[in-house]
Design a protein around this ligand. Structure first.
Ligand SMILES: Cc1cc2nc3c(=O)[nH]c(=O)nc-3n(C[C@H](O)[C@H](O)[C@H](O)COP(=O)(O)O)c2cc1C
Length: 199
C-alpha cells in the first residue's frame, strides 16, 4: 500500500486553488498506485498551536515528568513526525500569502524539524533523516513570482525539505491566479500534473 500524506493549508479549505490542484494530483496518484491510504491534515481549519518555548520545554522533559499539557504537546509533535515517516508520498499545498507560506504550514514546519529525529548534525554538517520519499509541492499565487526574489515560498520549502533529507521534490506552480487569464493558468497547472507525476 502507498501512503500519501497531504497538507492542506488554504484558508478557503477544500475550495482553495491549491487544495483543488493537490486533490486532483492525489486522485491521479491513486489511479496509478491503486492501493493508497490518504492522510489529510487540514491545517487551516484545524491549526496547530504555534511552536513555542513550552513545546521545546515539553520535548526536553523526561516523559514521566511531563505535565498533562506537556504530554499533549509532545504527543502532537510526535504524531506529526510519525505521519511524515509513515508516508511514501507527501503532498504539500502551499498558496502564497504575503510572499511566503501560510502561517499554519509554518507551524507544521516548526514541529517537524527536530534534531536527532528528522535531521542530525554530523562532523560533516547537517544530515536529513527523512529519506526515500517523494514530495509534491503545489503552489498557487495571485501574481507571478517563479524564480524571482518575491518568491518567499518555494525556495524556502525546497530548502527545508532538502534539509530533512528529501531528494525527489516536484513542484507544481499555478501562477497569475488573480490576473486576467486565470482560468487558462489554472488549466495549464492542471495539465502539468501529468508531467510532474511522470517525471
Ligand atoms: C492573505 C492572502 C495573501 C496573499 N498574498 C499574496 C502575495 O503575496 N502574492 C501573490 O501573488 N498572491 C497573494 N495572494 C493570492 C493567493 O496567492 C492566490 O489567490 C492563491 O490562488 C490562493 O491559493 P488558495 O486558493 O489555495 O488559498 C494572497 C491571498 C491571500 C488570501
Amino acid at each position: 500500500m502507498t501512503k500519501i500524506l497531504q497538507l492542506e493549508t488554504s484558508v478557503f479549505g477544500e475550495n482553495g486553488a491549491s487544495s483543488r490542484l493537490s486533490r486532483t494530483l492525489i486522485e491521479k496518484l491513486a489511479q496509478i498506485y491503486g492501493d493508497v491510504e490518504i492522510i489529510r491534515r487540514a491545517l487551516a481549519s484545524e491549526p496547530l498551536p504555534h511552536f513555542s518555548a513550552e513545546v521545546i520545554t515539553a520535548l526536553n522533559t523526561p516523559a514521566e515528568q511531563r505535565s498533562e499539557e506537556q504530554a499533549r504537546l509532545t504527543q502532537l509533535a510526535d504524531d506529526l513526525i510519525a505521519e511524515l515517516f509513515a508516508a511514501d508520498i507527501l503532498v504539500v499545498a502551499a498558496p502564497m500569502y504575503n510572499f511566503g507560506i501560510p502561517s499554519t504550514l509554518k507551524a507544521w514546519v516548526d514541529y517537524v524539524a527536530r534534531a536527532g529525529v528528522t535531521f542530525r548534525y554530523t562532523e560533516n554538517g547537517a544530515e536529513g533523516l527523512v529519506t526515500g520519499k517523494t514530495l509534491y509541492l503545489v503552489t498557487t499565487r495571485g501574481g507571478i513570482h517563479k524564480g524571482l526574489k518575491t518568491d518567499g515560498a518555494v525556495p524556502f520549502l525546497q530548502t527545508y525539505f532538502e534539509f530533512l533529507g528529501f531528494t525527489d521534490i516536484r513542484t507544481l506552480y499555478a501562477e497569475g491566479l488573480n490576473m486576467s487569464g486565470r482560468e487558462e493558468q489554472f488549466a495549464i497547472a492542471l495539465a502539468d500534473i501529468e508531467r510532474l507525476i511522470a517525471a
